[in-house]
Each structure stands twice: as structure tokens, then as C-alpha cells.
Design a protein around this ligand. Structure first.
Ligand SMILES: Nc1ncnc2c1ncn2[C@@H]1O[C@H](COP(=O)(O)OP(=O)(O)OP(=O)(O)O)[C@@H](O)[C@H]1O
Length: 579
């Protein structure tokens, strides 16, 4: 019988089994010393608090649940709740005013925040409590006329409680406006563009896409503010309003047990803040969807396709092209011009794209290709000329020689016929692949969730990502994300599909998997307009190539002409440098 050491030549047989080795972790003497000191401090603290009879824990226990204290606590909670709700309500309005395009609204919002952040809360509360001295009545009427709609004595309208709520609200709104504005600004611009390009209604864009992402940066600061507010309610004692702190003051002035009663208030504040901190933790987790590390979710979809990528390569998945049902539309640009500041980005562009064709825009960086593409779905407004899709004006209604800009709802409805795939994917990071795809069909096309999900599953299978339905974007490779973005655009069955450098954010290895999906879509019947620097792909896929430079169309024609026999020296020069 052969021993393990006498096996095949060239293979080193394992020696005798190594003995089990004892592992001794490295020592951290400083950490140990710190732990000992911390423990000692905790013990000293406990002994001094529990062992010192002057803390008066008996009196503390006697008053902790006393009726006046609980009534004061209820008032504190009520003030906190009202200050939070009204303060954040007003703060949201102020934040929206600040980021709105209106200079007047932005200035008013800025002025409010400047004023109310500067005035100490104590001063504000006292001013509001003395409003009756300044204005004996509060009236509402038409300015510069004698018409009065409403008039009431100030002291009756603004009592102590109302003054406290008003003061806390006005103060809170100034701080929360900045917190909310910070949250709004923290959401990537691409998210606004992607939700607009999908034609999502404004309210849904904010509720489903923007707010959940803004909340991630709003929440920590907002909870800081709410905790600050809960403690600031103690300031209203200056109005002799019997909230928690004022109540314990009244009691200890009578029985002279100052410390035990201050501890009653302190422990109740600790309870309130602990509850708020727990709530913060739970709510933050809820809004961190798609950001947290998590166990890989196993798709609940039927295992109809093999693993991602392998299916795409093997060509065993059903083609994606039939999804589009061949309903392409023409695109026409007539004398289109676009100016940013004093820079003319597009000048007198004329372009005719026939229905179902593939048009590829090429040209050097800054030529205006992306701007042209964005004019087709009205993400940018043309300053001159106009764009039509399927013979219908984009963004405007024409009467004689005048173009009237359409209401936003109408622009959105028409936009749903023009899908767009962005360079940076712009997937919604807090939604899974499946949720990204079904969002617009449900909101814009009115599909039921079940129908939209069925359609999304079909699309996922066709792009070879059936097993990624429940993955969040950050759990996918760049190429997979871009394929999901393509599926999301396709789910609306657009008549025109715009691709803005769909592969330029991808590693070279991932480019092919995205280009193969686009190639399948070519000649599916839908009109494709593609901006790309992938000239080999352009030559393969295009019916029509448009060379742009400095905001103008330099040359256009079939690929074999533009690529092989360019008529313009600028085209030849660009191709020589690029190919
Ligand atoms: N929102 C904007 N504000 C100001 N200038 C802009 C804006 N968008 C684009 N531009 C400018 O317009 C010009 C054309 O930009 P565009 O993105 O259309 O070029 P492009 O041909 O797509 O370039 P690239 O291939 O590098 O993406 C550039 O000079 C750019 O700086």
C-alpha cells in the first residue's frame, strides 16, 4: 500500500499533519488602561449619585409620576410635536422658495432665515408675548383700502401657549429650512433629469425619487434640531407656561427640594431624547435602502434565464428587439439654436431622422451633441427654431408664428414617448432593478403593478439580468446598471430612444455587453439617436451619421460615406485622430 508521500512524481506530498497552533492576539495596553479608567469613572459616578443622600432619590421617586409633573411633561411633548410639525412645514416651504428659480422668493427665504436664526429664542418668545403692546388688534384686509375681512384683539388671539408655539415654530423653521435645502441639494442632478425624462408626474418625482434620497442627509440634522427643540421648550418658562421645567421650578420653590426636582426634569428629558434617538435610528435605516450592505437577495422570479452575462454571451436569451413593437417616430430639428450664457452651443441645426432609423451623432468634445439630444425630449429648451417628434412640436404649441410653451403636465406626457439612456445611468439608488423599471409604466402609462412587474421580468430576462431583479444599483456592475437603465427606458415603449454616450462611463470590458443590447434594438422599428465615441460600433449600427463641431452639423450621410469618404476636412481630421 502506498503512503501519501510516495504518490505521483512532481507532486509534493503533505508532510505529517502540522500540530494545532495556539494563536495569541496582540496586546493593546493603552486600550486596556483606558477601559480600566472608564470602568473606575463609571463606578465613582454611580457611587456618588446613589451613595449621596443629598440627591434625594426618595423625593425624586415621590414626584417623578406626580400629576403636575406629568401634565408639564404632556405640555412639553405637545410643544415639541407642534414646533416640529409646523416648523418643518414652514421650513420646507422656505427651502423650496430658496431653490426655486424666483429671485424674489429666494431673497424672501434668505431674509427669513437670516432674521430668525439671529434672534435668540428667548427674545423672540418675549416679543411675541408682548405683541399686544405693539398691535392692539390683528386685522386682515385689502391694503390701501378700508376693507377689513377679519379683526381681533391681539391679547385674545395670541395667548401664552400660542405665543410659545409661534416662537418655537418661527425659530425652528429658520433652522429646518437650511437642513431641508441641504438635503435637496445633496440629490444628484441626474436623478432629477432621469425622473423628468421618464415623464413622472412632479409630485411623484418628489415623493418617490427625490425625497427618499434627500432624507438620507436631512434626517441626522433634522433629528438634531428636533432634540434641540425638545430641550428648547424649557425656555418657554419665561412666559410662565407650565411645561415640564416650569412645573418643577414651581414645585421646588414650594418644598425647597431643588436637586431631586431638577433630576425629575432631567430624567424625563433623557427619556424623551432616548425615544427620539431610537426613532431616528429606525427611520434612518428605512431611508438607507440600497445603501446598506446586506445579504444578497435571492430573486423571487421564476428561474427562467441562466446567470447574468453568461446568458447574454451565449445568446440563449430571447431577443430584446421585439419588445418595442416597431412603433418608431420621425424626429425633425428646424434651425435649432441654443445659448448658455454668452456661449452659442448650437447654431442653426437642421436634422431629419426617419422613423425606425438609427442616427449616430459624432464629433469632438463640446461640439453640442448631448445638448442636441436633450433638446429632443425638452430637457433643454431651444432658443431658436423648433423640434418635432412624430410631427408634433416638442414642448410648444404653435399658433400662427407664435410658439406657446406647453404646461408641464403636457410636456411630461409627450416626453414618455421619448426614452433616454444617460451616460451616468442615473438609476434610482434606493429602488431595486425591478422597482426602477416599473416606476414609470405604473405612474405614466397607468399599468397595474402586477402587469408592470410581469413586463419588467420579461425585459430583465431579455437583457440577461433576470436574477438581478431584486438587486439595488450599487450591487450591480456598471454594464449591468446601464442594461437596467435601457430596460427602464424600454418599459415605456418609447417611439424614440436617445442614448447619451451610453458606454463612456464603463470599463472597456463592460462596453461590449451594453453595445450588444443596443445593437439588438437597432432596426427594431424604434427610432434610435445615439451620441457615442465608439466609432466602430457607429459604423456597424448606424443608418445615418451626423458629424458635429462647434455647435454646427459639419457633415451627415450614410456611414460608408462619412467614415470612408468624408467630404469635409474637419470630419477627416476628426476621424484620423479618433480611429
Ligand atoms: N447647462 C449648461 N450650462 C452651461 N454650459 C453648458 C451646459 N450644458 C452644456 N454646456 C456647454 O455646451 C457645450 C456643449 O456641451 P455638450 O455636452 O452638448 O457637448 P458634447 O458634444 O456632448 O461633448 P462631450 O462629447 O464631451 O459630452 C460645452 O461647451 C458645454 O460646456
Amino acid at each position: 500500500m502506498s503512503t501519501p508521500s510516495s504518490t505521483l512524481p512532481g507532486i509534493v506530498a503533505p508532510a505529517t499533519p502540522s500540530p494545532a497552533l495556539r494563536i495569541v492576539p496582540a496586546r493593546h495596553p493603552l486600550q486596556l488602561a483606558g477601559t480600566v479608567v472608564a470602568l473606575a469613572l463609571i463606578l465613582f459616578g454611580l457611587q456618588s449619585v446613589l451613595g449621596n443622600p443629598r440627591w434625594g432619590w426618595g423625593t425624586f421617586a415621590e414626584w417623578f409620576f406626580a400629576r403636575p409633573v406629568l401634565e408639564g411633561l404632556a405640555r412639553t411633548l405637545w410643544l415639541t410635536a407642534l414646533g416640529t410639525a409646523l416648523g418643518f412645514g414652514l421650513g420646507t416651504v422656505l427651502a423650496l422658495a430658496r431653490v426655486s428659480g424666483s429671485p424674489l422668493l429666494a431673497a424672501v427665504s434668505w431674509g427669513y432665515v437670516w432674521l430668525f436664526r439671529s434672534i435668540p429664542l428667548l427674545v423672540l418668545l418675549l416679543l411675541l408675548n408682548n405683541l399686544g403692546y405693539l398691535y392692539s388688534t390683528i386685522a386682515l384686509g385689502v391694503p390701501f383700502t378700508s376693507i377689513t375681512l377679519f379683526s381681533y384683539p391681539t391679547t385674545q388671539l395670541i395667548g401664552v401657549f400660542t405665543a410659545a408655539v409661534l416662537g418655537l415654530t418661527l425659530n425652528q423653521a429658520a433652522f429646518s429650512a437650511e437642513v431641508i435645502r441641504g438635503g435637496i441639494l445633496s440629490v444628484d442632478h441626474g436623478q432629477y433629469e432621469a425622473s423628468a425624462a421618464l415623464g413622472l408626474p412632479r409630485g411623484r418625482q418628489i415623493r418617490r425619487i427625490i425625497l427618499p434620497q434627500a432624507m438620507r442627509s436631512i434626517l441626522p440634522a433634522a433629528f438634531n434640531d428636533v432634540i434641540g427643540l425638545a430641550k428648547s421648550t424649557s425656555v418657554v418658562y419665561v412666559l410662565a407656561l407650565p411645561e415640564l421645567f416650569y412645573t418643577v421650578q414651581v414645585i421646588y420653590r414650594r418644598n425647597l427640594e431643588v436637586v431631586p426636582l431638577l433630576m425629575v426634569a432631567t430624567v424625563w428629558y433623557l427619556v424623551i431624547l432616548t425615544v427620539l434617538s431610537l426613532a431616528q435610528h429606525r427611520i434612518e435605516r428605512r431611508f438607507a435602502r440600497g445603501q446598506l450592505q446586506r445579504e444578497r437577495t435571492v430573486s423571487k422570479l421564476p428561474p427562467r434565464a441562466p446567470a447574468a452575462g453568461s446568458a447574454a454571451r451565449a445568446g440563449s436569451r430571447p431577443s430584446i428587439a421585439p419588445v418595442l413593437q416597431g412603433n418608431g417616430a420621425t424626429v425633425s430639428l428646424q434651425g435649432v439654436g441654443k445659448v448658455f450664457g454668452d456661449q452659442a452651443v448650437l447654431e442653426d441645426v437642421h436634422l431629419e431622422v426617419s422613423a425606425g432609423s438609427v442616427t449616430v451623432l459624432i464629433g469632438p468634445s463640446g461640439a453640442g451633441k448631448s445638448t442636441l439630444l436633450r433638446l429632443i425630449n425638452h430637457l433643454e429648451r431651444a432658443d431658436q427654431g423648433f423640434v418635432t417628434v412624430g410631427g408634433q412640436l416638442v414642448g410648444y404649441r404653435r399658433e400662427g408664428d407664435t410658439l406657446y410653451e406647453l404646461p408641464e403636465g403636457e410636456i411630461r406626457r409627450r416626453r414618455a414617448d421619448v426614452g433616454m439612456v444617460f451616460q451616468g445611468f442615473n438609476l434610482f439608488p434606493h429602488l431595486t432593478a425591478l422597482e426602477n423599471i416599473v416606476e414609470a409604466p405604473i405612474a405614466v402609462r397607468g399599468l397595474t403593478r402586477a402587469h408592470a412587474e410581469q413586463q419588467a421580468c420579461d425585459l430583465l430576462e431579455r437583457i440577461g439580468l433576470a436574477d438581478k431583479a431584486h438587486a439595488y444599483p450599487r450591487e450591480l456592475s456598471g454594464g449591468q446598471q446601464q442594461r437596467i437603465a435601457i430596460a427602464r427606458a424600454l418599459a415605456l415603449q418609447p417611439k424614440v430612444l436617445l442614448f447619451d454616450e451610453p458606454t463612456s462611463a464603463l470599463d472597456p470590458e463592460l462596453v461590449a455587453e451594453v453595445l450588444s443590447v443596443i445593437e439588438e434594438l437597432a432596426r427594431s422599428g424604434t427610432t434610435l439617436v445615439i451620441v457615442t465615441h465608439e466609432l466602430g460600433f457607429a459604423r456597424r449600427v448606424a443608418d445615418h451619421v451626423v458629424m458635429m463641431d462647434q455647435g454646427r452639423v459639419v457633415e451627415q450621410g450614410p456611414p460608408e460615406v462619412v467614415f470612408d469618404r468624408p467630404r469635409q476636412p474637419r470630419t477627416a481630421e476628426f476621424l484620423a485622430k479618433t480611429l
